[in-house]
Design a protein around this ligand. Structure first.
Ligand SMILES: Cc1cc2nc3c(=O)[nH]c(=O)nc-3n(C[C@H](O)[C@H](O)[C@H](O)COP(=O)(O)O)c2cc1C
Length: 217
């Protein structure tokens, strides 16, 4: 039996959602987990976790960040230098990448403070995290308010340089998928009937249905 929810279910009335819509947690759709790095005005590194994003193509390869808080450092530093790096953590360095958001003062050199290694990007004015197997160097393209006057900006950046560890694109070594590959954010799924809430998880992907099997009918 399917249930429909157009208004918050009774189990969630009065629940503190920390600014998220209740539908976010009822759906809990996994999204890529990345650490975005920029330079602060004094040259120190800024790092922020981002997960509301997707990638698309037309005359180039683009990332659309669906919800960048305009009052935080990533947005402010991106607007100053018009460049950022999207670093992809994997299970072995996720905790360190996450630590960057615990060192969030303007005077912090955030990549170093988290115990990671900063290196300059090759093509844009932003730092990379060396420990991440994939770094996408990007230039700012456009932005739009998600809702008029709100906190969230939709930001489009163009990928101009792909930096990838050779073990990452070799599925016989680390590989992009499975337990050592890309991480996804599972954001506190809620059972709308009981109100039971699960913990946040970083997840990996398992390849399931090959296209050849679908083409065979
Ligand atoms: C898993 C995870 C995903 C996040 N995704 C986003 C996001 O998509 N957009 C956003 O504005 N903040 C997101 N945040 C919150 C920021 O990472 C956090 O506010 C950070 O401290 C901002 O750093 P900054 O001031 O250097 O930009 C996320 C946090 C976590 C832990």
């Amino acid at each position: 039996m399917k249930l429909e929810f157009s208004a918050a279910p009774a189990s969630l009335e009065g629940r503190n959602m920390y600014g998220f819509d209740w539908k976010e947690h009822v759906c809990a759709i996994p999204a890529p987990l990345v650490t975005v790095t920029t330079y602060k005005p004094d040259g120190k590194t800024n790092a922020t976790m981002q997960s509301w994003l997707c990638f698309t193509n037309e005359d180039g390869f683009y990332c659309i960040f669906g919800s960048v808080n305009r009052h935080k450092h990533m947005y402010q530093t991106l607007k100053q230098r018009r460049a950022l790096v999207i670093n992809f953590p994997s299970a072995d360095n996720y905790k360190a990448c996450y630590r960057t958001i615990r060192h969030n003062r303007m005077e912090d050199d955030e990549i170093i403070a988290a115990g990671l290694t900063a290196e300059p990007a090759g093509m844009v004015d932003a730092p990379r995290i060396r420990e991440c197997a994939l770094n996408l160097e990007c230039e700012f393209v456009w932005e739009k308010e998600l809702v008029p006057g709100g906190n969230s900006m939709v930001v489009c950046v163009k990928v101009v340089n792909v930096v990838m560890d050779e073990r990452w694109f070799d599925e016989h070594q680390q590989g992009r998928y499975g337990e050592t590959g890309y991480l996804y954010n599972i954001h506190s799924p809620i059972n709308p009937v009981t109100g039971e809430e699960s913990e946040i998880y970083a997840a990996t992907l398992r390849r399931l249905i090959p296209q050849s099997e679908i083409d065979e009918g």
